[in-house]
Design a protein around this ligand. Structure first.
Ligand SMILES: [Zn+2]
Length: 73
């Protein structure tokens, strides 16, 4: 979706904004990375054609820790 195309309807009417859609908390809390639980801003992408949206972890350092600590799918 970050490439500008909706994965559901294939529309290119995709827009993004930091913390664009917030469900309860402002930040994502990422668990299992150590003693303290890091927080990250969310990058929200929304398709204005069908309404589908996704949230991404914005902090690359947290993504690297997840890759080292979480079980790979
Ligand atoms: Zn769409």
């Amino acid at each position: 979706m970050l490439n500008g195309q909706c994965p559901r309807c294939r529309s290119r009417s995709v827009y993004r904004r930091k913390n664009g859609i917030v469900s309860g908390a402002k930040h994502i809390f990422v668990t299992g990375l150590g003693f303290t639980t890091p927080r990250s801003d969310k990058l929200t992408c929304v398709c204005t054609n069908c309404g589908y949206y996704e949230n991404y972890v914005a902090d690359k350092a947290i993504l690297a820790k997840v890759a080292a600590k979480w079980e790979k799918v």
